[in-house]
Design a protein around this ligand. Structure first.
Ligand SMILES: [Ca+2]
Length: 317
């Protein structure tokens, strides 16, 4: 079993990833931590509670802070054209959800849970890296106590999606992402290099909704707005960014990775760009030296990952 804390900004593709984690038999979802990105942290936290309630998820929700790791970065607006005004595809999520939050801020929840389960927790982070960076800042020793860190973010050998250089999760808090990538814990980065090849068609989603009961039908409803947005990028369906990171946790063999230290560009026109120094290449001294070697995904069995996601979302308990 993989004990997972899911750090998320729901978010339509986040919702799919959450249902995947909830339904996969090899995953023990022990916490949900919210971060801003696809919407404000108030909205993403409300959405996490909404999905917890709708899907009867036992894991507690802890709310993240509402600002970037380095304060003072300008706010650039929420991507309501992709995720809707409510962050979940404009399905009229109730204004408030009558469920309690964990009393701790997200980064403190992460620290405490990792310390209670040393060597056992996998952090799956599919929003901005703010909460993970804050956890490392307040308690650097947790780096040695976490089993694995799997993040959705970055673009290495392909263009970004929010600028030609940068992917949105990283661009939203580059300083936090650089802290996470360079910390002495094992990170696997699932970026646009592989997620953009993983497109769930409308027909697959219809099949999931038919097989997976009411939770899957809700997921299908949430996804329609996002699918309409993606008509400008793909022929049919939705790119399932965040679910790719969850699939990696249970089926790493479906991915090909490249090892090497990773740095995040902070500032300038390439703000938020992710750059790896592959271990197999020799360079003169550079800011990539002396840092942990992390895994960057460069290849994916997209068909295998989509089948894994579809089969898992279709499992009714
Ligand atoms: Ca996300």
């Amino acid at each position: 079993m993989h004990k997972v804390i899911f750090d998320t900004d729901p978010g339509v593709d986040d919702a799919m990833a959450l249902l995947f984690l909830h339904r996969h038999p090899d995953i023990d979802l022990i916490g949900i931590t919210s971060v801003f990105g696809n919407a404000s942290v108030e909205t993403t936290t409300r959405n996490a509670l909404f999905l917890k309630q709708a899907w009867n998820i036992a894991a507690p929700v802890a709310k993240g802070l509402g600002e970037t790791f380095n304060h003072g970065r300008p706010h650039v607006g929420w991507p309501t054209g992709i995720h809707g005004e409510d962050g979940l595809g404009n399905i009229d999520v109730p204004e408030t959800i009558d469920l309690p939050l964990d009393p701790r801020p997200a980064h403190r929840f992460i620290i405490d849970t990792v310390r209670t389960n040393p060597g056992e927790v996998t952090l799956v982070a599919v929003g901005r890296m703010t909460n993970l960076a804050l956890a490392l800042r307040d308690d650097p020793e947790i780096a040695g106590l976490v089993k694995d860190v799997v993040i959705m973010g970055g673009a290495f050998d392909v263009p970004g999606n929010i600028t030609p250089a940068a992917e949105a999760n990283i661009h939203g808090d580059p300083e936090a992402a650089d802290v996470v990538m360079t910390a002495p814990w094992p990170v696997t980065v699932i970026g646009l290099d592989v997620t953009t090849r993983t497109v769930m068609t409308r027909a697959m989603l219809v099949d999931i909704a038919e097989r997976g009961g009411a939770p899957a039908r809700l997921l299908s409803d949430i996804s329609q707005f996002y699918i309409t947005f993606y008509e400008q990028h793909v022929d049919d369906g939705m790119i399932v960014h965040d679910s790719c990171a969850c699939a990696y946790v249970v089926a790493p063999d479906l991915f090909r990775t490249r090892s090497g230290s990773v740095r995040v560009i902070c500032g300038g026109i390439a703000d938020g760009q992710t750059i790896q120094k592959p271990d197999a290449r020799l360079f003169p001294p550079s800011p990539w030296d002396g840092l942990p070697s992390q895994k960057v995904c460069t290849g994916i069995d997209a068909e295998g990952v989509l089948k894994l996601i579809a089969d898992t979302l279709s499992l009714s308990h």
